[in-house]
Design a protein around this ligand. Structure first.
Ligand code: FES
Ligand SMILES: [Fe+2]
Length: 394
């Protein structure tokens, strides 16, 4: 007899996953089906994404009482709400009456949350306050119909939410925050620009592309001219963080179309050593942060399906660099519009090749230690899923 399993078993054989765990020079990368098989994607959602603290925005996205945003952690989404008491709470965007989502749009400000279907109304703490045209039966208690809570925390000026009650607290989950990110915290920046787009590629291809710079000469000639791949290095930790540094070319002050600061202040907390170094970090599985001398880039990834990944790209500056309402400096925005488009185009083409049926990964190159470290984390999660599924069968 089969007992309930703890999760779907990954449809990649164990030997292929263990081959990823070997040292760089002997490892074999994740097989092609990791990027095309909906079964693998389902396991990744269960074992990786739904058990991780995921960045859902900036703390100042919900700065005012009643400000809310929708985070795409489920199909219906999760509402992150700043209460009248200024506490941040999160709820599944699912009405406890008959399941309709409450919020219309992706963000807003409200004094209460009202379901558009039958008019049930909730306060900003998720408590049922009124039932509109669908009153509760006598003897039923409103207390039994609160919105289902989701864990949410603010850290370093960013908001994180987690669907799992079993995941460790945020402090443990993001332990080992790189010193450069602590110094130049997003908390000390002002959002200058937010761009959202969907990349037609598996999320792991998008992350892996961020984990190496050896594509710069071929894909980003303008970026290679300012931060050459020959001056890049990786910092590989044991926790959820991976990272690396890029050195500015002599004469360059920052990464932009002018390569100059053009009068902008460097980020709060930038040390003398930071002035010539770009620091890139991945918080596994899907938050990419790039600390430049005078601005901060964050890319939040949300997997849509096995072959599509939603990206929210934020660009933030020193608060004194930008008056409210002033547009992001074009020299930075234009540079990254082009670089992001170049990355998007190459990984979308890569997805076609990987999905062709003809691609058999054989080895990492000598400079892909960051990609290897990332794929090792994925492989370990898939192995744990197989072990969990195996233990559930009897
Ligand atoms: S489903 Fe929300 S009030 Fe009926
Ligand atoms: Fe790139």
């Amino acid at each position: 007899m089969l007992a309930a399993v703890t999760g779907p078993a990954p449809p990649i054989d164990r030997a292929a996953l263990e081959a990823v765990l070997l040292p760089l020079d002997r490892a074999t990368p994740l097989p092609a089906r990791a990027y095309v098989d909906p079964g693998v994607f389902a396991v990744e959602l269960d074992r990786i994404w739904d058990r991780s603290w995921r960045c859902v925005g900036r703390e100042d996205d919900v700065i005012a009482p009643g400000a809310w945003l929708r985070a795409p952690l489920t199909q219906a989404g999760v509402l992150v709400v700043r209460g009248e008491d200024l506490a941040i709470r999160a709820f599944h965007d699912v009405c406890p009456h008959r399941g309709a989502p409450l919020a219309v749009g992706d963000a807003g400000r409200a004094t209460s949350l009202r379901c558009p279907y039958h008019g049930w109304q909730f306060d900003l703490a998720g408590r049922l306050r009124g039932e509109g045209a669908a009153p509760l039966c006598a003897g039923r208690s409103r207390a039994d119909f609160a919105l289902a809570p989701v864990r949410v925390e603010a850290a370093h000026g960013l908001l994180f939410a987690c669907l799992s009650a079993d995941a460790p607290p945020i402090e443990a989950a993001i332990a080992g925050v790189p010193a450069r990110i602590v110094r130049t915290s997003p908390r000390h920046t002002r959002l200058a620009r937010r761009v959202e787009y969907v990349v037609a590629a598996n999320w792991k291809l998008v992350v892996a592309n961020f984990q190496e710079s050896c594509h710069f000469p071929g894909v980003h000639p303008a970026l290679e001219a300012i931060t050459p791949t020959s001056r890049a290095s990786s910092c590989l930790g044991d926790g959820a963080w991976l990272g690396g540094t890029m050195e500015l070319e002599d004469g360059a002050e920052t990464v932009s179309t002018t390569a100059r600061l053009d009068g902008r202040p460097r980020l709060v907390g930038t040390s003398d050593e930071d002035r010539r170094t770009i620091f890139d970090a991945l918080l596994f599985p899907g938050l990419l942060i790039s600390v430049q001398p005078d601005y901060l880039l964050t890319y939040r990834l949300d997997p849509v399906d096995v072959a599509r990944t939603r990206v929210v790209a934020d660009l933030a500056l020193h608060p004194a660099a930008l008056r409210p309402g002033e547009p992001c400096p074009a020299a930075i925005a234009d540079f990254w519009d082009r670089a992001n488009a170049e990355d998007r185009a190459i990984v979308e083409r890569q997805q076609l090749g990987v999905a062709s049926g003809a691609f058999v990964p054989r080895a990492y190159s000598a400079v892909e230690d960051g990609v290897h470290a990332f794929e090792q984390r994925v492989a370990r999660a898939l192995i744990e899923a197989a072990e969990g599924a195996g233990k559930g069968a009897s």
